[in-house]
Design a binder for this molecule. Structure first.
Ligand SMILES: Cc1ncc(C[n+]2csc(CCOP(=O)(O)OP(=O)(O)O)c2C)c(N)n1
Ligand SMILES: [Mg+2]
Length: 625
């Protein structure tokens, strides 16, 4: 045995980090790719000479992307990760202080949506010799805290690198978590600005190319056997397909299982696209924003097979969706947290591999013909209802459903619709006809206003061969549309459909339905009596979009909207189509409920009436234990 001194390379912490990131690869199903597609960043004194210098030095290995808002860069990175089925992402660097805390909202969104993003906020001096620096939080009870401690609850892994060598175990842990299909989410490595620039002799091994393998684990055989038994015994099973079906690329396996067994499939927001909208077993959207077919089927189901779903409140209609007295759950999930929900039979494994195993084990078994046929009937009935809402002929302003219809007709099968908050996610969940597993990208884990444009950018960066339709309300647009500038800078074409209804129509409708008359949800001037009930604010969002460098088309009716969409497809640059929508013409909800508590006492008769209705509905809530 020969002993050699291990090779080392002298680099700063930031240089070593960038070199490490550029060398990480992932492999699944024999296909290998780099894990980091680049680094988003906004520089300040807390990262310009550390991470900034390193990114400049290694620009040929890892691309730097500018952005306009640190929150937006995290959304874009998360959208990129979602579009690549969590096999790739970007890192995000910020300065200390506000640049760092701007990323917290994005981090929460990524973690809640189970999407990998690597966050590299700058941090205050580790030496403590220099202070109090610009933007430093002072805490009288400890010198160990900085604003970056606020990332802890929204990170799946969190660390602060106060000595250079701490980077070595930290980056390995970061990669373990980022590439874990069960654990993934935001990973935060806080980098004190002095440490970023410090040199160290790094083991060459750390910097070499490294491949992280993404496995497809199968559940425990006994658990699988119990699940098969439960399914074979069931009479009215329902599959709830969540985002995990899509991330695991299990949509073909799901279709095969649905076809041979006849089990109908309902989809969550993240799972929409698991089955093509026109498949006879497709019930479409599930839960509070669901179709009547999905919600009736759920109400009667005796076995719910949740696949890759975290059973959000919207999916379960606030735990009122499943009403059979003896309903049981089989949960196929890569994450224990989800697999055990609703006292379910936990099938801990990869969705695709396990669906294939289930398919084999269920050979010769199927649901009764009437159960299969009911799903096909619901599918047809729903398609006619969608067509009615697409063709409502509303005047003088279009209904939002008609706008969704026009965009859907304009989009090709592989194109992607992107959205996050307002009344659009519910309408899209119900009405969007999805024909491709990656064709529907609605961020409804965090439903973060301001995600839309930034998310659209991330989607387009990941899939430049698809048209990306960003559908965004005026409220979300005003909250954060600034990364349209980044899309234009990078030549990433987006088709943005900006729906102007002068305020927060969704919350206005919710407020009205709960007896509070839409208080505080319209964009109006203050009146002499002190209320916000005056004229509409003269905000010109089309002019706003044009000022950012986009090509802007104003559409006043359906014909103009269709022409604008056709023109937008022909163009090779980012287009914003501005269209006003009727605020009060809503797509209804279908045999479902959402628990939003109403004041138990009030002076207002309409609130009291809403409270009585609330209590009546709440009686349907179940524990599922
Ligand atoms: C960052 C953030 N703040 C607040 C909310 C709560 N919220 C949900 S929808 C909405 C209004 C959205 O307005 P707009 O984008 O115009 O869509 P519309 O409701 O008019 O369809 C608000 C305030 C949110 N989801 N995200
Ligand atoms: Mg609005």
């Amino acid at each position: 045995m020969t002993r050699r001194a291990p090779a080392t390379e002298r680099l700063t912490v930031a240089q070593a980090l960038v070199r490490f990131l550029a060398a990480q690869r992932v492999e699944r199903d024999g296909v290998e790719r780099p894990f980091f597609a680049g680094v988003f960043g906004i520089f300040g004194h807390g990262n310009v000479a550390g991470v900034g210098q390193a990114l400049q030095q290694y620009a040929g290995r890892l691309r730097y992307y500018q952005s306009r808002n640190e929150q937006a860069q995290v959304h874009a990175a998360a959208a990129y990760a979602r579009m690549t089925n969590r096999l790739q992402t970007l890192a995000c660097t910020s300065s200390v202080g506000p640049g760092a805390t701007n990323m917290i909202t994005g981090a929460a969104g990524a973690t809640i949506n189970r999407l990998p993003v690597l966050l590299l906020p700058g941090d205050v001096f580790a030496t403590r010799r220099v202070g109090t620096v610009l933007q430093q939080l002072e805490a009288g009870w400890s010198q160990e805290v900085s604003v970056n401690d606020a990332f802890r609850p929204v990170s799946r892994y969190w660390d602060r690198i106060t000595r250079p060598e701490q980077l070595i175990p930290a980056v390995l842990e970061a990669m373990r978590v980022l590439t874990s299909q069960a654990e993934t989410g935001a990973v935060t490595l806080a980098l004190p600005q002095d440490v970023q620039a410090e040199a160290f002799d790094w083991p060459a091994e750390l910097l070499r190319e490294r491949t992280w393998h993404i496995p497809r684990p199968l559940p425990d055989p006994a658990a699988l056997a119990r699940a098969v038994e439960a399914i074979r015994r069931s009479e009215r099973p329902l599959i709830v397909a969540g985002g995990g079906v899509i991330y695991s690329e299990a949509t073909e396996a799901l279709r095969a299982l649905a076809e041979t067994t006849g089990i109908p499939v309902a989809e969550t927001q993240a799972g929409k696209g698991s089955l093509s909208f026109d498949h006879p077993s497709s019930l479409g959207a599930m839960g509070a924003t669901g179709t009547p077919g999905a919600n009736r089927t759920a109400r009667d189901a005796d076995l719910v097979i949740g696949i890759g779903t975290r059973y959000s409140d919207f999916t379960t209609a606030s735990r009122t969706a499943f009403q059979d007295a003896d309903v049981r759950f089989v949960n196929l999930n890569i994450a224990e947290l989800d697999a055990f929900k609703h006292a379910g039979l936990a099938l801990l494994g990869d969705a695709r591999a396990t669906l294939e195993a289930l398919h084999e084990a269920l050979a010769g078994w199927g649901v009764a013909p009437a159960w299969r046929e009911a799903a096909a009937r619901y599918n047809g009935e729903w398609d006619r209802e969608v067509e009615r809402l697409y063709r409502l002929g509303h005047r003088p302003l279009l209904s939002q459903g008609e706008i969704v219809g026009a965009v859907n007709r304009s989009a090709a099968a592989r194109d992607v619709v992107v959205c996050a908050a307002g009344s659009l996610p519910g309408d899209l969940h119900k009405l969007w006809r999805t024909r491709d597993p990656k064709g529907y990208h609605v961020e409804y884990g965090y439903s973060c206003m301001g995600y839309e444009v930034a998310g659209g950018l991330g989607v387009k960066m990941a899939a430049p061969d698809r048209e990306v339709y960003v559908m965004v309300g005026d409220g979300s647009w005003l909250m954060m549309s600034s990364d349209l500038v980044t899309a234009i800078q990078e030549g990433h074409k987006l088709i943005v459909v900006l729906i102007d209804n002068h305020g927060f129509a969704s919350i206005g409708g919710l407020s009205a339905s709960l007896g509070s008359a839409g208080f505080g949800t319209e964009y109006r001037f203050r009146t002499p009596d002190g209320s916000l009930a005056g004229e509409h604010l003269p905000v010109d969002l089309a002019a706003n979009a044009a000022s950012l460098g986009a090509c802007v088309i104003r559409a006043a009716d359906l014909a103009e909207l269709e022409a604008a969409l056709a023109e937008a497809r022909r163009m090779d640059r980012t287009v914003v189509i501005h269209v006003e929508a009727d605020r009060e013409t809503r797509v209804g909800s279908y045999e479902t409920w959402w628990n939003v508590p109403v004041a138990e006492v009030s002076e207002d008769g309409s609130v009291a009436a809403a409270r009585r209705e609330y209590e009546r509905q709440r009686a349907a809530e179940r524990w599922y234990v």
